[in-house]
Design a protein around this ligand. Structure first.
Ligand code: PRP
Ligand code: HPA
Length: 180
């Protein structure tokens, strides 16, 4: 169906069924861990938007939703300087924050968002990602609390993640295998 917009050689790394069942499992765990707590569920835009929507519809919690926007990749496949584009005005002091993002790669983005939530007085700050990319370039000691799936070191796109700012809308996760 997407052959007209996919780059040649694109391969599915994680299909829809695997994505959905991993989100089901995560939601079950988060519903247990945050039961009875007042939650602020903060999506990290843009990449987090599809995963966060999917996860949030499975959460049976007393929660508000808002978002923040931090960016460091733009159209590139390697990260640059972290830029804050939007900070939410939600009162953190009343809330246990759950930060939701598509991917933990080198860790800069989530480390900064987590530190910001604590500085704003959140009762607690936890984080959830769909993908944890495994390599030895990790910047921060900070690790996400909930991870749906671990992957090897590929640049991936789809399900919120971009390839040169496009293809976020794909319902599966793709990569471009390196030429041999
Ligand atoms: O762990 P890190 O190395 O910090 O990378 C992860 C972050 O990079 C991407 O965002 P990006 O800066 O590309 O902005 P976007 O969400 O608008 O795509 C992704 O959505 C994560 O937020
Ligand atoms: O592999 C990736 N894909 C898309 N966006 C990203 N941001 C960090 N790593 C990635």
């Amino acid at each position: 169906m997407y052959s007209k917009i996919l780059p040649t050689n694109s391969q599915v790394l994680i299909n829809q069924k695997e994505i959905n069942s991993s989100i089901d499992k995560l939601a079950m765990q988060i519903n247990q861990d945050f039961a009875g707590k007042e939650v602020a569920f903060l999506t990290i835009m843009n990449g987090g938007m599809i995963f966060a929507s999917s996860l949030a519809t499975r959460l049976n919690l007393d929660m508000e939703m808002d978002y923040l926007q931090l960016s460091r990749y733009g159209k590139s496949q390697t990260g640059g300087q972290l830029v804050w584009k939007y900070q939410p005005e939600i009162n953190m002091e009343n809330h246990h924050v759950i930060l939701c993002d598509d991917i933990y790669d080198e860790g800069h983005t989530l480390a900064a968002a987590h530190a910001w939530c604590l500085k704003k007085g959140a009762k607690s700050a936890s984080s959830v990602v769909l993908i944890h990319k495994e390599h030895d370039r990790t910047y921060a000691d900070y690790k996400p609390d909930y991870v749906a799936m671990n992957i090897p070191d590929h640049y991936i796109f789809g399900y919120g993640m971009d390839l040169e700012e496009k293809l976020r809308q794909l319902p599966e996760i793709y990569y471009l295998p390196k030429a041999k």
